[in-house]
Write a protein that binds this ligand. Structure first.
Ligand code: URA
Length: 248
């Protein structure tokens, strides 16, 4: 791999800044100053430092975000702010995209990555990734209605066809206007449409888990963090991708 490409992959420098830094003698490879941005290096083996700071190579980046209200799950939007805008510039340069969508007014856990194959696997209909949503409803939901919804209901798929939702788990709080729903699929507006099917309306919606990841470690809206190496491994395993197949 070229040195400048490696430097850009860390998110700390753009490719042109990387080339400038190399020419300025700011980059060392295994302790030796390297001024040629096109020098070939092995990111798995070589120790690369910028201004004396060791840079670690991660082929892909994984970020967990607590999505605030009003942001859209897109990389660009002409009207509304996107979830990408909540991340610092160096992350915005890494071609991250949201792994799955939350509606503009849905809050909570969102995974952003530039690992296309992983996102594809996690979002594939047959992957059955578990997601938990905390909801509040306009009207109390009859527990018997909740049981009916749990078993599956017919919804329109948007192309004139109907499909049966997969079984889900609904837990109602006292008063029956709030609770959680655990889904193993992710159809368009699924939670809202599920409760609409029972003549009700979702008032607030927050995703609290996704593929084994939880919101607890990023409690503030707009807060983000990198996945730990262990979480990354668990996610790859969840998607049936070994870490070996994810290396360069
Ligand atoms: N279901 C919805 O209706 N909206 C979301 O944002 C996520 C799931």
């Amino acid at each position: 791999m070229r040195l400048d490409k490696f430097l850009a992959s860390t998110g700390r420098l753009t490719r042109s800044q990387a080339a400038k830094a190399a020419r300025a003698g700011e980059i060392s490879v295994c302790g030796e100053i390297v001024r040629a941005p096109d020098r070939h290096i092995d990111p798995e083996v070589d120790e690369i430092a910028w201004r004396g700071e060791l840079l670690t190579y991660r082929r892909f980046t994984y970020v967990l975000l607590n999505k605030p209200d009003g942001y859209v799950s897109a990389t660009e939007d002409g009207r509304d702010p996107t979830v990408l805008e909540l991340l610092p510039d160096e992350l915005q340069r890494q071609a991250l995209f949201p792994c799955g969508r939350l509606d503009k007014h849905t809050l909570g856990l969102m995974l952003l990555t530039n690992n296309g194959p992983l996102a594809h696997r996690l979002l594939a209909p047959k992957s059955h990734v578990t997601k938990t949503y905390a909801f509040t409803l306009r009207d109390p939901l009859d527990p018997e209605e909740a049981v009916r919804l749990e078993k599956g209901v017919w919804l329109e798929d948007g192309a004139g066809e109907r499909y049966m939702t997969k079984p889900c788990t609904i837990t109602l709080e006292a008063g029956c206007t709030a609770g959680t729903v655990v889904l193993t699929e992710g159809k368009y507006h699924q939670v809202k449409r599920l409760f609409e099917e029972a003549g009700n309306k979702v008032v607030t919606l927050e995703r609290t888990t996704f593929a084994g990841l939880t919101l607890e470690t990023i409690p503030e809206r707009g807060q983000w963090r990198y996945l730990t190496a262990e979480e990354e491994q668990a996610l790859l395993a969840h998607a049936g991708l070994s870490s070996l197949s994810q290396k360069v």
